[in-house]
Design a protein around this ligand. Sequence first.
Ligand SMILES: Cc1cc2nc3c(=O)[nH]c(=O)nc-3n(C[C@H](O)[C@H](O)[C@H](O)COP(=O)(O)OP(=O)(O)OC[C@H]3O[C@@H](n4cnc5c(N)ncnc54)[C@H](O)[C@@H]3O)c2cc1C
Length: 436
Amino acid sequence: MSEQTVIWDLIIIGGGASGMSAAVSYQKMHQDRLGSFGKVLILEKNDRVGKKILASGNGRCNLSNHDMAMTHYHSHQVTWVESVFRLIDSESVLTFLSDIGIPIASEGNKIFPMSKNSASVVDAFRFALKECEVSLESDCEVDRIDKESDLFHIYSKDANEYSARHIIISCGGACAPNLGTTGDGYKWLSQFGHKVYSPKPSIVQLVTDNSVTKTLSGLKLDCDLSLNSNDMLLAHQYGEVLFTDYGLSGPAVLQVSGVVSRHNRKNGLAIPMTISLKLFNDEDLRSIRAEIGRRISVWGERTLDQLLIGILPGKISSMLLKTALARPLSILIATLSNEDIEKIVRTLKAWKFEVLGTKSLEFAQTTIGGAEVNEFSPETLESKIVPGLYACGEVLDVDGDCGGYNLTWAFASGILAGRSLALHAEDEHMEGEHAE
Ligand SMILES: Cc1cc2nc3c(=O)[nH]c(=O)nc-3n(C[C@H](O)[C@H](O)[C@H](O)COP(=O)(O)OP(=O)(O)OC[C@H]3O[C@@H](n4cnc5c(N)ncnc54)[C@H](O)[C@@H]3O)c2cc1C
């Protein structure tokens, strides 16, 4: 280390939702307690901070959710995640966001920025970082981290070296690598002796038997979706389903995808799984059954492909009837038996698609797996293995459902890491004063 090497109080690796929250909350608390800002540097691989926030919620950024039941979070240690939220709950996150200029608006349970615009969220963070005198080095891809006595040495891919007394690893998970997240934190944390669960995709499209979905590619339906294994219900969701070349997508499918991913092995799913779409509620199904009976008597000379006109879009109706009856669409409606009617109603009630797996991490919105959380203090997010090292956000083994849960986790864990480090700085300062 040269004589001129700057020693930072804190270096934050990754300028995403959790890293920026950590930087701002550290500086605010530092100023509150010690009357000045600390020396904080963010190292960010991309040319600017917050690229994933920009992509969030289709550019609208679903920040959080009014329903914060812990069932929306997944981890090998959900009680640990709950302990963190007991210290920084979603209300504290929203107060923090409002303080840096991000007022909110609700759509049902979902919480968005009032602007409904992700770029304005990133702008608010950029201004807050500047006002809190956080230094930033973008286009800086961290390659390696060493610890020598009480100092961390961080080496970038372009051979720069940085030194700090404390570091926060906030470089995200391994999904959406085009936005900078390539799982680098897992490598460093493993090297420091942390256990890391291998990453899997969640909030991701499902690959299914595509013989039907391919023909319907691009069409959408609102329906009740169930994910089953044999007769066991694994997950249920009401919402939009999109048919695609490879299988199924859309909000309802993304929401149950984590369950599929958790059962995914290298050689396929550990248990057989089926997606079942219920296109109408029970009352509507009773009227449809009666209507089909009526059509058979008055439209007997029409062909099968016209049976569900006005009930379902044409292409979807044709594929559903083919699946239900396995007969040509050119047969006359008059030839349908009672058993045929039951088969059609059964398919409208449970249109089944065999699940083969999920699309890859590249297409996912969040990562299942990451660093074992029990090896970090839930009060501070400091590593129990490497003093001075903190972690927050998606790099940890925490993933949330679709609906603002992942950003809430990133903000909450970032705020906690930042605040606890600032309190630690205050303790060190007091100790220094007493020693004098
Ligand atoms: C398309 C999409 C839409 C989403 N929409 C929503 C939504 O609406 N609501 C919601 O709650 N969640 C959403 N998510 C998930 C949410 O954005 C993430 O869970 C959250 O941003 C994770 O925050 P983080 O700080 O842990 O990581 P990130 O925000 O991913 O930030 C990590 C940062 O670290 C940087 N980095 C990585 N490696 C290095 C390195 N070696 N050196 C230096 N820097 C590095 C990255 O470039 C990145 O900027 C979405 C995700 C995607 C992909």
